[in-house]
Design a protein around this ligand. Structure first.
Ligand SMILES: Nc1ncnc2c1ncn2[C@@H]1O[C@H](COP(=O)(O)OP(=O)(O)OP(=O)(O)O)[C@@H](O)[C@H]1O
Length: 237
């Protein structure tokens, strides 16, 4: 580990005239998984969208030592940040492999083919279904496809918005296991928004607790799931 890959300082974000982030600070340590927790509407999705310049922001977003706040979304991707939004955004009328090739748009075709092969190792079901249309995949397979497609560009930072949304518990577990392996074996840094906090905290090193557009605290993930006040306020059980 060597410092923070991302540092967010005094981040404000607005939709039209409505400010929804009111001065957010947190860090994403290099090579680790950081989990964003908070109630519905707290601003978690907006934090990810801010990093990708998909909403209007003020404040600093420092990636690898450089302030990227306001840099165009396509440039952000080229700098090494990949975003898997809620709803996944895979192309149903393209095959699994065609979807994966789209993920390699910033790289040469040889590098892309090599990357696709590498990610099939983590998601063997995608290899089995490589020639099938994405529309025919199960929800879990589509989520895996969205993640693998984001990884084809070999990002340094992977942003994930609720990867468990709509998935059965067993499939969610499979997705998180794959994310844990990817983090450990490739060192890819991950920032994940997740309601299914238990699984996310298992692979996370720290959690950013968000409430009503503010970061309440950033704490080590270990033990958090057993902290009663955190559990009631952020984990919903
Ligand atoms: N496109 C938009 N236009 C206006 N307001 C929005 C828009 N998207 C989100 N908001 C508002 O911004 C606030 C933060 O939303 P955001 O989606 O970031 O929260 P969240 O914590 O990700 O919630 P959820 O868990 O429900 O996805 C909410 O009050 C929401 O209603």
């Amino acid at each position: 580990m060597s410092g923070n890959l991302l540092g967010v300082e005094g981040l404000h974000a607005r939709y039209g005239s409505a400010e929804v982030l009111h001065g957010v600070d947190f860090v994403v340590p290099q090579g680790e998984v950081t989990v964003v927790l908070g109630a519905n509407g707290a601003g978690k999705t907006t934090i990810l969208r801010s990093i990708c310049s998909m909403v209007r922001t003020t404040g600093r977003i420092v990636f690898d030592g450089r302030d990227i706040a306001g840099v165009r979304t396509d440039r952000i991707a080229r700098l090494g940040i990949a975003h898997v939004p809620q709803g996944r955004g895979t192309f149903g009328d393209l095959t699994v492999e065609e979807n994966l090739r789209i993920g390699g748009f910033t790289a040469s075709s040889a590098a892309t083919e090599q990357a696709i092969d590498q990610w099939y190792e983590f998601f063997p079901r995608l290899r089995e279904r490589r020639r099938q249309l994405a529309a025919g995949l199960s929800g879990g397979e589509q989520q895996m496809l969205a993640i693998a497609r984001a990884l084809v560009a070999r990002p340094r930072l992977l942003l994930l918005d609720e990867p468990s949304l709509g998935l059965a518990p067993r499939i969610t577990q499979e997705v998180f296991r794959a994310l844990g392996r990817i983090n450990e074996e490739t060192g890819t840094t991950i920032l994940v928004v997740e309601q299914n906090a238990h699984l996310a905290l298992e692979i996370g090193s720290s959690a950013v607790l968000v409430d009503a557009g503010r970061v309440v605290s950033q704490r080590p993930a270990e033990g958090l799931a057993h902290d009663e006040s955190v559990r009631r306020a952020y984990l919903g059980y």
